[in-house]
Design a protein around this ligand. Structure first.
Ligand SMILES: C[S@@+](CC[C@H](N)C(=O)[O-])C[C@H]1O[C@@H](n2cnc3c(N)ncnc32)[C@H](O)[C@@H]1O
Length: 247
């Protein structure tokens, strides 16, 4: 199946590029504090693979934390062009590829990360097997996706006539597969799957679950970002870390 390259759509890109997380980087990312708990204790000298790197904020952060190199992969030429413009670091290599086909080097990475990208793939099991093979013994895979509670119905917030949020419907939870939604433009294709599918695909790939996060935030952070309050009503993100066997 051919991946939808919605980030190269001019209308979609224009909307996405204006999100706070696009303009301000990781400090405007709700799930960033939780994602940091998935990272290895030290990144000193680490070889990192970033799957679906977007504007490269995570790749740059891994370098700032001591990573020796980052191979950053994305399908979108527009996203890669902006990522390259935001950094002149020779230790970050940007590559255009679809994750359905990308074959990483075997036993080459201490950390493979992927943030908010895997829900664009119809099937994660083949990629998880390639990720497991790409990790060195004891290496870590850390990823975030839209939470299955968030993706299940694909309907968004249900509101009262005055616009007040009422609830977030969870429906068709076990009906895995394509969801077409409106996000900046009509027809954005994402794939819903259960938590069970994510976790069992990791286990089937030979990885051990190290941590799972459904990010929470604090009153202090909410004071700075009041719009994030609605993310306490239903989880928007699911974060998982899994480790390769030590050898
Ligand atoms: C929501 S953005 C996340 C970007 C970045 N990881 C971040 O968290 O800031 C999703 C990214 O995944 C990329 N992407 C979507 N489907 C892909 C695929 N099949 N193969 C490779 N990249 C893909 C998009 O082009 C986009 O840059």
């Amino acid at each position: 199946m051919c991946a939808q390259n919605i980030y190269d759509d001019a209308g979609f890109y224009a909307g996405y590029a204006k999100l706070p997380r696009s303009e301000e980087g990781l400090r405007a990312v709700y799930e960033w504090p939780a994602f940091q708990r998935l990272l290895p204790a030290s990144l000193e000298g680490a070889r990192v693979l970033d799957l679906g790197c977007g504007f490269g904020a995570y790749a740059r952060e891994m370098r700032a934390r001591g990573a020796a190199s980052v191979l950053a992969v994305d399908l979108s030429e527009r996203m890669l062009e902006e990522a390259r413009a935001r950094s002149s670091d020779d230790a970050i290599t940007y590559v255009r590829a679809s994750l359905e086909e990308f074959e990483p080097e075997r036993r080459a990475y201490d950390l493979v990360l992927s943030t908010l990208t895997l829900h664009y793939l119809p099937d994660v099991a083949p990629l998880f097997r390639r990720v497991a093979a790409a990790l060195v013994p004891g290496g870590r895979f850390a990823f975030s996706v839209e939470h299955p509670i968030y993706t299940a119905a694909g309907l968004g917030w249900q509101t009262a006539p005055d616009g007040t949020i009422q609830h977030w419907p969870v429906d068709r939870y076990r009906d895995e597969g394509e969801r077409r939604t409106r996000w900046f433009v009509e027809g954005v294709v994402k794939y819903h799957r259960t938590i069970e599918t994510y976790v069992n695909a990791l286990i089937a790939a030979g990885l051990s679950i190290a941590r799972l996060e459904e990010p929470e935030t604090t009153e202090e952070v909410l004071a700075e970002h009041p719009a994030w309050r609605e993310d306490r009503r239903r989880p928007a993100f699911l974060l998982i870390a899994a480790d390769a066997p030590r050898g």
